[in-house]
Design a protein around this ligand. Sequence first.
Ligand SMILES: Nc1ncnc2c1ncn2[C@@H]1O[C@H](COP(=O)(O)OP(=O)(O)OP(=O)(O)O)[C@@H](O)[C@H]1O
Length: 245
Amino acid sequence: MTSVEPAILAENLAKRYGRIQAVADVSLRVEVGEVVGVVGTNGAGKTTTIELIAGMRVPDRGRVVVLGLDPRRDRARLRQVLGVQLQHAHLHHALRVTELLDLYRSFYPDPRPTDELLDLVELTDQRRSIFEKLSGGQQQRLSIAIALAGRPRVAILDELTTGLDPKARRRMWGTIERIKSSGVTILLVSHAMEEVERLCDRVAVLDAGRVIALDTPAGLVDRAGATTLDDAIVTLTGKNLEDAA
Ligand SMILES: Nc1ncnc2c1ncn2[C@@H]1O[C@H](COP(=O)(O)OP(=O)(O)OP(=O)(O)O)[C@@H](O)[C@H]1O
């Protein structure tokens, strides 16, 4: 057990929506500078888990500490150090790319320059475009730029490259590697095992609202006696990610 404060500490989280136990018991410790993947079949509780960690939902049980802060009590301070990109960002559809970026940049004391953000997610040519005229992949990239606008120390990214073509997906991986090398801690929900293998130091496998394994990608493959991470997840969960996605 290290004495250094973790970037993210989640202990025994539980969350129920009516009769659905979305998160049953999730504990997770992410060290500063790590990239940790969260994988599992549809409905395993991945999005609910990261919403609990980001303070967007209140857990029924358990506690969350992000960089020493309580996501709900220290909401304003946490907003300065945490960037969140969600699966379905609700952005103002009639605004231009730079207007949206500048709106979000205005929330932070030392935001990344607009040009740097545009360059990071390769939207410089679309800077004057209206949000609703962007392609799905471009909208996705803009939501990532918004998550990174305030130079967060922790970034939570949900299905980073879903909807991106293979070339755009690889470019996005390069972007995340650059963000990682600047020391940012990243929690990354993904269905793409190639992405997880390339970007993640460790992977939390969720099933029915519980972490059933937490290890390096190679460690999970070994533990499952598998040859690929895809196969390892199928063995560990007893479910096929491809079928469920
Ligand atoms: N707002 C909500 N109200 C009711 N039920 C919900 C709500 N959000 C999620 N659920 C249910 O909770 C369970 C966990 O959902 P969650 O979105 O956390 O899983 P997930 O692993 O992120 O799934 P996916 O891979 O499909 O995004 C599912 O059964 C889902 O239908």
